[in-house]
Design a protein around this ligand. Sequence first.
Ligand code: NAD
Length: 314
Amino acid sequence: MKRIMITGALGQIGTELTMKLREIYGTDNVLATDLRRPEEGSAILAGPFEELDVTDAERMDQIAAEFKPDTLMHMAALLSATAEKNPVFAWNLNMGGLLNALEVARKYQLQFFTPSSIGAFGPNTPKDNTPQTTIQRPTTMYGVNKVSGELLCDYYFHRFGVDTRGVRFPGLISHVKEPGGGTTDYAVEIYFKAVREGKYTSYIGKDTFMDMMFMDDAIDAIIKLMEAPAENLKDRNAFNVTAMSIDPEMVAASIRKHMPDFELDYDVDPVRQAIAESWPNSIDASEAKAQWGFSPKFDLDTMTEEMLEAIKKK
Ligand SMILES: NC(=O)c1ccc[n+]([C@@H]2O[C@H](COP(=O)([O-])OP(=O)(O)OC[C@H]3O[C@@H](n4cnc5c(N)ncnc54)[C@H](O)[C@@H]3O)[C@@H](O)[C@H]2O)c1
């Protein structure tokens, strides 16, 4: 992985991924693309950037032909809560964009990464310590897209030999770029509200457990998986990864270690709550650990410390 093209590079993951990859592989070797150009002065514009709508197959092909990457990282997607508001649009973007990206990877023989999600599981998936290979019958459009995407990536690997790799990300927590409309966004908002207002009203109910991970660990996971020798990978699309299984009360308790007066109350959003309840409480990441050395560094308390400190600086 030396010359990398990224779609959806201005998103919550893409922003930090682009910066980290440029640090490792060189600024000029990492092409960021997104639907629209970022504001002048944005750090992303310190390196190559192209406007690209991933549903435009011709333009994606043309950009790849010009940049000549060896790796394509496909991040552009509509997330769970937003996808539920406009399912047909979500299908066309999530599946159409992925198919276009896989076709580019096939044509130019690129290594390929795209994230799946804990949203690829459903209500009849075993809820605790959810295994790598298990029942996947999600009931959300996002979940349907993610399972179909996992299968499509596996298909391109088996049928065309494209080196497709992926992870099932849990909720990702970061302070650089705001999240893009997922069900786990509460776990980011809670830190910003804690610092700015000393209180937070959660749209996800008490005792609703979901997996989470700090963004630094998510980026490290992508890089580690992409650098792993192919012969070590028995699975491909996609690996369970997680660092913690938490509910809003646990985040609040962790915040109170630094801000004892922090207040948490609830105004549950039925749509996002239903999505959360259809997902696992905790997933088993042992295959990612065994096959390519996944090892997250942040637990809830170290992440809380990092989040509060960074947000206070802002
Ligand atoms: N953030 C999380 O907690 C999380 C968890 C699990 C999986 N994922 C997956 O990771 C990937 C990236 O997620 P994210 O959190 O960075 O999302 P995000 O919503 O923050 O960013 C998505 C980016 O895609 C861009 N985009 C939207 N439509 C586009 C189009 N037609 N063409 C080109 N770009 C377009 C948006 O402008 C945005 O910059 C997605 O596949 C998502 O499902 C994210």
